[in-house]
Design a protein around this ligand. Structure first.
Ligand code: TYD
Length: 136
């Protein structure tokens, strides 16, 4: 189905606007530092430490996954290769392109997983059956 591989997925560093006494500010902006326009934002929070999220691939959706607070692991799988990213920096986003299976685990207490997405929610864009994903 998809030609994309896990090697098309990578971390994107956002600018980190330091302010000595007032904290930091990072920006993701359409047409500037991310390779798609954002149509939807969602976030995972209060995820128990032992829980596994994700467990699916998307047919057309691009996503940028950010650990805006705390940490978690994202394992990407293209059917041939796997790679695990430990996300724990609010100024980095992991670009996940279409056609990649992802599992998200090891949520630290209080962590927040922010996802910027290129399309609105569409259940028909999901591949939730790993066997079907591998065959495609
Ligand atoms: P899902 O994408 O399977 O969650 P995760 O990959 O984080 O484990 O979505 C969980 C539920 O939430 C599912 O019933 C669909 C619903 N949902 C929406 O209604 N809109 C959305 O934008 C998202 C991401 C999920």
């Amino acid at each position: 189905m998809m030609e994309n591989t896990i090697f098309d997925c990578h971390l994107i560093d956002f600018d980190l606007h330091h302010s000595d006494r007032k904290g930091n500010l990072s920006v993701a902006e359409n047409g500037a530092n991310i390779p798609f326009d954002v149509k939807r934002v969602y976030y995972l929070y209060d995820v128990p430490g032992g829980a596994s999220r994700g467990g699916h691939a998307h047919k057309a959706l691009y996503q940028l996954i950010v650990a805006v607070s705390g940490s978690f692991s994202v394992t990407l799988d293209d059917g041939k290769n796997k790679r695990t990213f430990s996300l724990n920096r609010p100024y980095q986003g992991l670009l996940v392109v279409p056609g990649i299976w992802r599992d998200i685990n090891d949520f630290s207490s209080g962590s927040v997983c922010l996802v910027l997405a290129s399309e609105k929610y569409d259940e028909s864009d999901y591949i939730r059956d790993y066997g079907a994903f591998i065959k495609d």
